[in-house]
Design a protein around this ligand. Sequence first.
Ligand code: AKG
Ligand code: FE2
Length: 320
Amino acid sequence: MVVASPSPLKRTKKTKAVGVPTIDLSLKHDDQHRPSLSHLIVEACEEFGIFKVVNHGISDDVITSLEKYGLNFFAKPTEDKHSAVGPTVPKPFGYGFRNIGSNGDVGDLEYLLLHANISSTHPHLLSEAADDYVDAVSDLACELLVLMAEGLWVPDKTIFSRLIKDSQSDSLLRLNHYPPTKMRDPLTNSERIGFGEHSDPQILTILRSNDVGGLQICMPDGLWVPVQPDPNAFYVLTNGRFESVKHRAIANNSPSKARMSIMYFGAPPLNATISPIQEMVSPLNPSLYKPFTWGEYKRAMHASRLSDCRLNLFKRRIDQ
Ligand SMILES: O=C(O)CCC(=O)C(=O)O
Ligand SMILES: [Fe+2]
């Protein structure tokens, strides 16, 4: 067995615990195990849309430096936070408080949203810690995308990873900070929503959080289940044929400690056309969507609400 397999789904009347599949990336160098590793990644993407990566090879230093940077940043007075991001980072990037996007979605959090393309054509991120982190996680994202191509038997192994390696890649880095509280929503007495339900639109998301829980994923039957926090691992949320998992973050998990999560969203350049790879379509298995560019998709996204499914807008009619 190459990876620790997910713990079996356990269901009780009211709650459901789910084990997200764990991928042990140390096996990538082992020629004998690599094919089953890539197969397990594909399976995890198809069945769950999320998996956990352990032995990822990213040093603790890189992670804790950005974590420290983030915690220091969020501890500053509000005016400083707004001005710290400065004019080098254009809107919609920068510091945000409660407002998520521009369509009225709000959450119980503050965040920092940055462009994560550190090629020479873009200004550097806020700090060396963020640059180093993006270097490391974008390499990890590329490695995983190569493994996915291998698992799908696509002849061109870099067909996905090239999109985020591109010097014009539209990738993002996001730090979310949820203040400590155990209080439920006073109006509904249900969980306090930190970040409302949605699916990430990019190619894949690499999420890491401290040891405070909050992330939940939606099961096919609509039940929300918590994902155990693990500061030593990364959670990978996927997209495409690997349907993007619906998720949200709950904000009332700790009375004393803030939750901080860091997301790297690997994205293609704005002018990249998104369409199925040749090997995946045939007359019997036609493409379900019209081709579109990442820029067009983002425009559709900005015109909709956080929880809307934008992919439907690009669905092909049967006769098209
Ligand atoms: O903070 C989290 O754990 C989840 C946030 C999230 O889903 C996002 O920023 O897209
Ligand atoms: Fe998300």
